[in-house]
Unconditional design. Sequence first.
Length: 152
Amino acid sequence: MPKTLVAYFSKSGHTKAIAETIARETSSTLHEITTAKQYPSTYIMTILESRKEFKHNEKPELTDAKIEDFSSYERIIIGFPVWFFTCPMAVVSWIEQYDFSGKEIYPFCTSGGSSCAKATEKIRELCPGANVHEGIKANKIDSETINEWLKK
Ligand SMILES: Cc1cc2nc3c(=O)[nH]c(=O)nc-3n(C[C@H](O)[C@H](O)[C@H](O)COP(=O)(O)O)c2cc1C
């Protein structure tokens, strides 16, 4: 089993729950991506705040600790909620701290219906030296789905 990191951003807990399941099923290290700013508690205000970030390419400051042994991980699973059809800018902030060359990346998202396709493309742009596998929408997940996904 390749040494695996499951890193996730979650505003309201859905992605967090899926990331915990994936980390448990794959015996991986779990890492939460957190921001210095608190996103608003209401959906509509979060829409307005995140729209501003996308519009101005604002990458929020992170408060989670830098992963010192990042280079030792062969496989990185990155989870996030879909925001405006792509990954939140906090995920961009997180990715830009590391060198993903030679790594196997598996994106997953939770969403209200949108797929992970646009976010997968974005992650491919951000990690040119990595093998970025097709992301999956994982509003629910079980061990069989996880095993099949990570074989691809
Ligand atoms: C700012 C914002 C933008 C969103 N944009 C989308 C979207 O484009 N497509 C979609 O299907 N769901 C969208 N959603 C819904 C979330 O992706 C969905 O509720 C997700 O499961 C929340 O995950 P979390 O609990 O880990 O934060 C959006 C939610 C927020 C707050």
